[in-house]
Design a protein around this ligand. Sequence first.
Ligand SMILES: *Cc1c(COP(=O)(O)O)cnc(C)c1O
Length: 499
Amino acid sequence: MACTIRESSPFSAAQGELEAVLREAGLFVAREFSAPSDRPIIPRVPQDQFDRLVSSALPEEGQSLDSVRQRAEAFLARYTARLLPAGFSAMVTASPNPYALLAEILACAVNQHVMRGDVCELACRLEQRVIGWLGKFMEYPAASGTLTSGGATANLLAIAAARTSALGSGVRRRGLDGVPLVAYASSQTHVSTMRAMDILGIGADNLRTLPVDNRYRLDLAALEDAVRSDRDAGRRPFAVVAQGGSVAVGAVDPLDAIAGLCERERLWLHVDAAYGGPAAGVEPAKQLFRGLARADSVTVDPHKWLSVNYECGCLLVKRAEGLEAAFAPDEASYLKSDTATDAPDFMNRGIEFSRGFRALKLWATFVGLGARKLRMAISQDIHLAEHFAGLLARDDHWALCAPPSLSIITFRFVPDSGLSSDYLDALNERIPAALRADGRMYLGSARIDGRIALRSCLINHRVTDADVAGWVRIIKERGMCLHRDNRAWWTKPVRQSPS
Ligand SMILES: *Cc1c(COP(=O)(O)O)cnc(C)c1O
């Protein structure tokens, strides 16, 4: 084809077409947000069905906006996980909120990126402002930092900042140069911490994963011993990663005591509160977070307990300079500001250059709901976890694995007395798949002290007492079926051998 001079944009639509299509799309959005859909909670997408929806051939010719809308709506409505009504209680998964939804649509319309303060002034100022609000919400004073794609990225930025703080900015050019850095966390730490150590070339084995107490909190004496023995061996301790709500059981490490140790030992204190952070300013959880304000950096995921639609993570820091020392490029002349502004250059605070306008949906959530309602929703989730535990305690078909902490509850289904632990592991391990096939609700499992537990994380602000009571019935029903039919999947004795 001969190259022609462009006379019209390939994106230009007929008069009124975009409006009409968006009006239809708006109806889809409203349906998804109101009528709890009847699709299974986690629909399967078999390859052959997928191939019918999306051909493997690259589309050579285009289609109208409305036909793209119809096709997308058809597969979204049938094949996406149902996160909005109560029911999905696995991992750390929130249900979307309408304020963030609206903000995301509007941000997409203007396609605002967030990079250099002078060209993205509004977006950079807004990001700075909402990070300040988030810090206030969590009672982490004078917060600065950056929004990220999620908690894993925020943890990576924190460890990079800790490394640069320990070794100076020369480490960015020379690398570690043989300096044997070590960091510390509890055995409950999220795998993204190991990944960050790995990516930064410090090595995942140089994260010491230390013992916990009977409530899964980092053992302070073990931390003191580990730091001392590493120093004695000539290694270079540089950071502690404390849990502000561990993913398995919701444990919050003794932050105040750890902060004291970090100050004495000159270690960077990072708190991974990706999940639990929003509870730091909320009764009855607040006391658990005493000492958070002393941390050098804190990860918190607004896309978890604040129900901001994906993606929205955040790294809070006391001093933005600590992040900028780790990330601001020396040389990038085409990226230099040409107009003076005090709006921050967010590209200097992390690994991303072009970023989406995440701040708008966090702003919309705070402005739309207000901090008071958000606190109330979080506090209700915590009470709901206690209520859940109470329901289980009243029935001898259940055993709690750890006391509920924040809004996480871990437990086992015990259909009968005298069953062996291995059998109960195998039974409980099969329950999530059975729930998924059933389609009414879903929770996952976690390994706790080597045993398999069912785990529910209550951060969907739409869940009620009645939902939880219904879940207990559904899990029991599915568990009983598996137990009755255990010949199909268990060949060893089900009972404990008498000893
Ligand atoms: C969820 C979570 C992460 C990872 O966060 P993403 O947003 O999934 O990247 C890290 N740490 C903790 C404690 C978490 O709960």
